[in-house]
Write a protein that binds this ligand. Sequence first.
Ligand code: SIN
Ligand code: FE2
Length: 207
Amino acid sequence: MQEITLPGLSGFRYLPGYFDRARQEDLVETIRKILTEAPLFQPVMPRTGKPFSVRMSNCGPLGWVSDINGYRYQATHPVTSRPWPPMPQMLTELWQTVAPDCPPVEACLINFYAPEAKMGLHQDRDEDTFDAPVVSVSLGDTATFRIGGTSRKGPTTSMRLASGDVVVLGGEARLAYHGIDRILKGSSTLLKNGGRINLTLRRVTKG
Ligand code: SIN
Ligand code: FE2
């Protein structure tokens, strides 16, 4: 397994091709079932109510939501009010592999990017603990991912995340600014209607 790190950003790990094609297909099938139980919803920005360009859902005991009142984790889907579907085994195993000393994963945010979608530079800081990493899985079309340091200013590095790639934001990189500049439309055949799914695994409570 290839592992790429960044000089000057400890705790950042890029694991290209972590999931092979067959496992990507299994994972997509699993996510598809989750989305029939917990449909993608349209998050909006706190205060302004401006819609995100991505649509979201979650699995695991907690899910991340954003609405007019703010960003938060909650145990239920904001539209159906039902509990989030359970965390799939493949994701629990990924977490145990890359974060073996951490308490169990509690949330998996599912982001769906249509070809025009993007995600502005931000930090993941709505959790009660930053001791565990955020672990990301890319499926479908390749994305241009940008990562900087722990301040909004300062240099950033850009890399292409392809289907099956895993990124670990731990240590100093846990609070690194990051975002998605663009999706390379048609770059993968994994999702039959195109686009990109990104899964982010998080520990939310101190535990
Ligand atoms: C995120 O920061 O929540 C998503 C990152 C990605 O789509 O790769
Ligand atoms: Fe993020």
